[in-house]
Design a protein around this ligand. Sequence first.
Ligand SMILES: Cc1cc2nc3c(=O)[nH]c(=O)nc-3n(C[C@H](O)[C@H](O)[C@H](O)COP(=O)(O)OP(=O)(O)OC[C@H]3O[C@@H](n4cnc5c(N)ncnc54)[C@H](O)[C@@H]3O)c2cc1C
Length: 282
Amino acid sequence: MRDYTTLKLGGPADWMALPASGEEVAAMTAEARENGIPVTILGHGSNVLVLDGGIRGLVIRMGRGMNRIEVRGRTVTAQAGAMMSAVAAAAAEAGLAGLEFAGGIPGSVGGGAIMNAGAYGGEMRQVISSVTGIMPDGRKLELTGTEMAFGYRKSAMQENGMTVTQVTFELQEGEPAEIRARMAELNRRRAESQPLDVPSAGSTFKRPEGAYAAALIDQCGLKGYAVGGAKVSPKHAGFLVNTGESAADYLELVRRVQRIVEERTGIRLEPEIRIMGEEETK
Ligand SMILES: Cc1cc2nc3c(=O)[nH]c(=O)nc-3n(C[C@H](O)[C@H](O)[C@H](O)COP(=O)(O)OP(=O)(O)OC[C@H]3O[C@@H](n4cnc5c(N)ncnc54)[C@H](O)[C@@H]3O)c2cc1C
């Protein structure tokens, strides 16, 4: 799985499928369900830590086969595997504003909807009008408005097990040049503050109430703190980066940072990254 995650960690999956349509996703999940095979859905793998033992069962990866984007008026419809940067670029091209904040988030729109991804004051919930997907019992469902129950890095789809196959955005009219300039400015700020040249999954922890994870970690003197090749980025303490090959080291680093920050500040950091798969049995 290291080839399919931005952290570049994780043992093998038993099977991986790359669907090319919502119908294929439905057929694959139905077949897996009938045969008692567990299914894990993956987007671009930019918010996950896959453990060294890998993933049992079937991984369905929303990737290149599921990346169509359609613009009609102020509505943009994208298959779940389309990258947020590609959808933001298509919107800018069409003179549609609202997705500038997402241009630099390195995930798919399916993953973005599941996580209610956000940056620089923007969040998916402000621009997504509906999601279509497949429920664990095989039903196809569309959720709109409050049914999506977006919260901070949370959504109804994260709770109810929906496999998102399509995301629809409702955007505002704007000037393509201005939209592109704003996107470029945000990307510049991102490159300045984040370690984009080292494997990571973005911010490892959620923002705790009334504080910033990066500031707390920094305050505890943990910049550069490492367990094997897993390291608190010296550039941005909120990013735990990977320079090695061991998910076990990475998980140990997550736990130690949690422990040290809690001991020194009384605040418990909760991971934003999703931890998947099995630890290696030796
Ligand atoms: C350098 C860097 C910067 C980042 N900056 C930001 C940022 O500014 N803001 C932010 O919010 N995040 C940021 N992230 C984290 C990440 O990009 C987002 O969380 C993104 O939305 C994840 O999308 P993905 O396709 O990679 O999802 P994945 O990591 O593949 O999956 C994330 C979760 O969603 C589930 N999932 C994915 N696709 C689907 C689907 N179609 N149906 C059902 N479940 C699905 C997975 O099972 C998993 O639980 C950053 C990551 C990196 C590496």
